[in-house]
Design a protein around this ligand. Sequence first.
Ligand code: ADP
Length: 357
Amino acid sequence: MDGIQSALLPEVLDALSDPVIMVDGRKVVTFANAASLLAWPALTRGTPLSFTLRAPDLIEAIDDVLARKATVSRGTMTERQPVERFFEFQAVGLSPSANASPRTAPAAVLVFRDLTEARRLESMRVDFVANASHELRTPLASLLGFIETLQGPARNDPHAQSRFLDIMREQGRRMARLIDDLLSLSRVEMSEHRRPVDKVDFGALIRQVVDTLGPVAEERQVSFKLALPDQALYVIADHDELMRVAENLIENGIKYGQTGKQLDVSLKVHDQNSEQPCECHLRVQDYGPGIPSEHLPRLTERFYRVDASASRETGGTGLGLAIVKHIVNRHRGRLMIESELGSGSTFHVYLPLHGIK
Ligand code: ADP
């Protein structure tokens, strides 16, 4: 490397997104790139590395390369404070230059990779598979149990047979709903980077959903209070996905807000502000028991339920709001949830408008 290029080296190292630190023979920091200062703001040139990074495996790896037991030493380190972070590191011994002091010249370079996000995703994936299997296993175990009973003790009992078959049908339906929701979720996730292309009248779509859910609301003695625009309100959307959003939110409002007896569904153009692109705003408000605030941030996680048995009793899979969130993201919109215990919950969906006719 010529002189000009080596003078640029600190800038080049600062351009890397991974932390890079150099230490001398005493393990004192001689250089820390921008990414490492971002990861560990307390790092200071001229102070021992162990003042900031107290990871025994890292120190041992540096000792190994300084003692020339190895030219490269790799390892991992976990930090607990201030937040849990997980790094993979590599310590590489540097060859001493002829006229530099062996104690103060850079003697080892440390390169880190922050694997916190990758770990988090991996643990989410593992949790998801465990949750999905658990959700399927419960109705499956019940089905198998009833089949054995029908083949054994209830073989000649037509009354018990008909009762058990009813339960079995319900368990089968539950599994089918779960599989449908899992497939929808994976379809939406796969297409999330592709913008929808159809021009859809959002108001007409909501009217259609309200009509379809009319009997469910009637059964639970919930009445709708609608405020929908008379004129068409177009959004660029995937028609079926948008139906799914409206269905999920309105059905949840009926199911969980039943005690409030009324469900407000409104659609309007959101406050027009010249800096903001025009948006439309769907609002679904119930007057049920509401949701404790500590649950609000997690409601859109897969299988997250405030009350798992209440959700299952009403045929819920715990995936509805996760699907809603992904669909809204795909439409470049926003989902907001507000709730006050005892007063009910309001779900807001904002979507970019295509145009008003
Ligand atoms: P589920 O299939 O369980 O209905 P969702 O993802 O649609 O799954 O909702 C997740 C959880 O959020 C529900 O189990 C319920 O606890 C809570 N929830 C959703 N909507 C409401 C609402 N309108 N009022 C109170 N709780 C709600």
